[in-house]
Design a protein around this ligand. Structure first.
Ligand code: ADP
Ligand code: MG
Length: 600
């Protein structure tokens, strides 16, 4: 007897299952792809125990004939290709015909299907490789595939499954990606009575993203597109302030399929270079690439998420350039395109040094001055300082609108003590003073951290003594090095106090006591949540920028406004504050004219 024999088909299928079926999410992937290939417009997925006990996928696709059901669990049974030639232009998601054979060999699977336009439904099952006869069954049009007890008979694989929560997380992420890739199709994911995804058809990308990832993320996204050349790209990307701990919200789709690709990921990283806060945070980016299918090979990986480009560097270039352009703003800084079409960018950078000095002078240290009595009100038509009812009853104060322009914008006034009113080439711009200042400080602080590794210290002439509870004192002394990074000079002072010899120079109203307490609270919370040092620094920077920025209600003077605008001009992405809120609202002449019915 020879020693070589041909493997039993059941064993072959189990081996193949290892390639296709790694975990519950991979089963969901195959079944949803089949539903998509069947032309479904609605796909409902129900799971139990993160898919370990049950995965059920119901679709309203074209259904399966009883004859096909008889062959459906055979390896290489597919309706999608018949010859090698077909491989060059596969338009369907699956084509190898191995998914159902594999899944059936490692679970208890059943399929119930009824073709559109037929009255008869049919059912077949595969219990760990034992395929039943096809029998009549009640069914609604479309197909329901149920997969129970995945890997129950293959302990070696079941052992590798993670907790139900983890597996469910993978399924949820997968469904979210499907929903993004196929906006015209309704997707639903539930476990028990819990709806994990509810996404009726929604062709508008931003609204689609909102269905899956929430309004807050969707609203903050910048939209960029490149429609010339190959590939074309439509991108929805987060401002640098909207970051994540991992890459889950960096998603790339190619011709409607989710892919993972190192050169695209690298291009995204390059685009955000220098813009992200320190700490290894990842941006949010949804990229939709389209390319002539002849220029890419999707047949590389059994899971079909990896591709081989004909020209990877062209892809890299398009992604990096388009994203970077959007991040820097088609309109630089505060963002007014100049009449000549040029950008004032470089010119403003030349003024960098003096701009910084002006802001330091007029703004950071001096803003406390803005409510003092020598300067009765702000500029333009700002409201009188609060708590001073006689200061003009809302009439415009004396100071005239500024004659200077910054980046093509002329400060006109301050509104409700909160918004700066600017006028530029045919448009009206409102700026949220706090949000913009916060962005300026945030960037400046991070830049300094990058360059010097710590923040500038403002030394106190007379040290401030701050009393602390014993545990706060211990925590603070433990975090001394972190405090130093953040611009604090602190020494123990007696048993229950510290002497503050220096505070972060950006701190606008150096009230060491309050600021120190706030910082201690952050540190305590960071420790509870297990943040590492880098993340702790970035949380502290966040709060420092917020605390140091002018507040809504602070009256600003023209020189302060100009200083702020100049500072913002030098930035590349001042259109949102570090939390992703917009800093400005623009109304064009056209919009105003439509509003007042000046146009016909
Ligand atoms: P492949 O998708 O690679 O062809 P599968 O094993 O996933 O292989 O599916 C085998 C065949 O079963 C498919 O080619 C298709 O004809 C049929 N099929 C599977 N799922 C469905 C479904 N939900 N609706 C209609 N037909 C289906
Ligand atoms: Mg398939």
């Amino acid at each position: 007897m020879g020693r070589i024999h041909v493997l039993d088909p059941h064993i072959v299928n189990q081996i193949a299952a290892g390639e296709v079926v790694e975990r519950p999410a991979s089963v969901v992937k195959e079944l949803v792809e089949n539903a998509l290939d069947a032309g479904a417009t609605r796909i409902d997925v129900t799971v139990r125990e993160g898919g370990r006990d049950l995965i059920e996928v119901q679709d309203d696709g074209h259904g399966i004939s009883p004859d096909d059901l008889e062959r459906i669990f055979l390896a290489h049974a597919t309706s999608k290709i018949t010859a090698v030639e077909d491989l060059r232009h596969v338009a369907t998601m699956g084509f190898r015909g191995e998914a159902l054979a594999s899944i059936g060999s490692v679970s208890r699977a059943s399929i119930v299907s009824r073709r559109q336009g037929h009255d008869d439904g049919w059912r077949v099952e595969n219990l760990d490789g034992q395929v039943s006869a096809v029998e009549p069954s009640a069914a609604s049009p479309g197909t329901v595939v149920r997969v129970e007890q995945l890997f129950a008979r293959v302990p070696a694989r079941r052992k590798f499954l993670r907790t139900a929560t983890t597996e469910l997380g993978h399924i949820k992420a997968l469904m979210g990606r499907f929903a993004l890739a196929f906006p015209h199709i309704g997707f639903r994911l539930r476990q028990g009575s819990q709806a994990l995804l509810e996404a009726p058809p929604e062709p508008d990308r931003r609204l689609r993203i909102a269905q899956i990832h929430g309004d807050e993320v969707a609203r903050a996204l910048l939209h960029a597109r490149e429609t010339q050349g190959e590939p074309t790209l439509e991108a929805w990307i987060g401002p640098p302030s909207l970051t994540r701990r991992d890459t889950k919200l960096e998603q790339v789709f190619l011709n409607g399929r989710h892919i993972r690709d190192r050169s695209v990921a690298h291009a995204v990283r390059e685009a955000y270079r220098d813009l992200l806060p320190p700490g290894g945070r990842r941006p949010v980016a949804f990229l939709f690439l389209s390319i002539d299918p002849a220029r890419v090979d999707v047949n590389v990986h059994p899971g079909k998420t990896e591709v081989r480009w004909r020209d990877a560097s062209a892809v890299h270039r398009v992604v990096r350039r388009t994203l970077r352009g959007a991040l820097e703003g088609a309109r630089p800084g505060l963002g007014v395109a100049l009449p000549g079409g040029g950008r004032e960018h470089a010119h403003l950078h030349d003024q960098g040094a003096s701009t910084v000095a002006a802001v330091e002078q007029a703004f950071l240290r001096g803003a406390g001055r803005s409510v003092d009595s020598q300067r009765p009100a702000g500029f333009g038509f700002s409201m009188p300082p609060r708590g001073d009812p006689d200061a003009g009853g809302g009439m415009p104060p004396a100071e005239a609108p500024a004659a200077v322009t910054v980046g093509g914008l002329r400060p006109v006034g301050q509104l409700l003590g909160t918004y700066l009113v600017l006028e530029g080439a045919g448009e009206l711009v409102l700026v949220d003073q706090h949000a913009l200042h916060e962005r300026v400080l945030f960037d400046r602080i991070n830049e300094r951290l990058r360059q010097k590794g710590n923040l500038e210290v403002q030394r106190m002439l007379v040290p401030a003594v701050v009393h602390l509870e014993p545990e706060d004192l211990a925590r603070l002394l433990e975090a001394k090095d972190l405090l130093q990074t953040l611009g604090w000079l602190v020494e123990p002072f007696g048993e229950d106090a510290v002497a503050v010899n220096g505070v972060p120079a950006v701190l606008r109203r150096p009230d060491p006591e309050a600021a120190l307490h706030e910082l201690l609270e952050l540190i305590a919370r960071g420790q509870r949540e297990g943040l590492d040092r880098t993340n702790l620094v970035s949380v502290a920077v966040d709060s420092l920028a917020c605390r140091s920025a002018v507040m809504a209600g602070d009256v600003l003077h023209t020189d302060e406004v100009v200083a702020l605008l100049e500072q913002a001009e030098a930035l590349n992405h001042s259109h949102s504050c570090p939390h992703g809120r917009p800093t400005r609202l623009t109304m064009t002449r056209g919009q105003l004219e439509r509003w007042f019915h000046r146009t016909v």
